[in-house]
Design a protein. Sequence first.
Length: 338
Amino acid sequence: MTILENQSLLKYNTFGIDVSAKYFATIDSVDLLSELLSNKTYKQEDKLILGGGSNVLFTKNQDAIVLLNQIKGIKVETEDAKGWTISAGGGENWHQFVLHCIEKGYAGIENMSLIPGSVGASPIQNIGAYGTEVKDVFEWLEAFHIPTGEIHRFTHSDCNFGYRESVFKNKLKGEYLITKVAYRLTKNPNLNTSYGAINKALEEMKVTTPTLKNISDAVISIRESKLPDPKKIGNSGSFFKNPIIENSILNKVKENYPELTTYPVSDTHSKVAAGWLIDKAGWKGKTVNNYGVHKNQALVLVNYGGATGKEIYDLSSDIIRSVKEKYGIELEREVNVL
Ligand code: FAD
Ligand code: EPU
């Protein structure tokens, strides 16, 4: 077991923020995790779990032991006439897992191609894109309970999934390390091409009868046209959630901004495109020194290199204030600020 001290986290977060961790350990098995957390020194330290570091903003050095989840392994748990339950180790790369499933013909997660990060983090904020969320295919997960060292199994209803939410972001925050996640994937795909520009991308690709791979390629090409590649420009995807607000309030906002992009979520509430709000408040493409708001997607804050987490956090506070002043709508950060 190798424990590093004062380890730079620069290459472990896609925002490219240079802070350090008091201790740093790579975890590739549950046994190693048990051994580490029964050690007297490390037991007392705060724990911070990291997967791909693609949904965090570090604002300070981490006075904790960082546990980098590298628990691997993909397994067919069950198969029947309709489909499969496939499990994957929490340290598997999400996009590689999606590609593996597509290759094997396991349908259901192709619309979530190219989302960065790990399998273990996928239930944490119930990742989603292009009309599918993890909750639509989630079967169960196993997680290491940090205070007791026990493995607990969570079913769908235990996770309390919502839009970019789960019990692991709220009530159980920091208590569990997710070691394995199982998804229910199908043999009879109900392909979802209706969301966003997928149909247009398929047309451009001259595809009339799409396969899982075609859908994945279409989603990848749309994402690449809008979102910055973290290998080139530091970012954590959408910095804010799309706010969900009551229709009666929304209708008042729409009197002044009739072209505001919204999506109904229930009879009483709608989701508002935060990217639109930020864009039309004049922030899109705005650069301050070496950080700013992305030029193609106003929901994405970017670090061109060398910015601090505090600077990006302060920029996000300015955006929240400005959007509130202009539209009366309060934005909430999606990224985990640490
Ligand atoms: P990390 O950033 O490492 O961790 C995120 C949080 O989860 C932290 O609080 C961490 O402590 C905790 N955590 C991580 N792993 C575990 C574990 N095994 N057990 C317990 N806690 C854990 N998200 C979407 O939903 N949809 C998108 O379309 C999308 N697009 C993105 C595009 C870009 C370019 C980027 C950079 C990010 C995007 N994201 C998107 C956000 C990100 O990809 C997801 O939130 C992803 O699930 C984060 O995975 P990670 O392994 O990098 O998590
Ligand atoms: N828009 C603007 N200006 C902008 C950005 C967006 O006017 O600068 C408008 C677009 O024209 C469109 C609407 O806002 O009408 C929505 O934009 P987009 O389709 O790009 O999606 P989004 O709502 O900004 C959400 C997710 C993404 C996910 C995409 C596709 C959230 C917070 N973000 O973005 O997830 O990939 O939909 O499903 O829900 C993430 O969570 O990190 C993430 C990237």
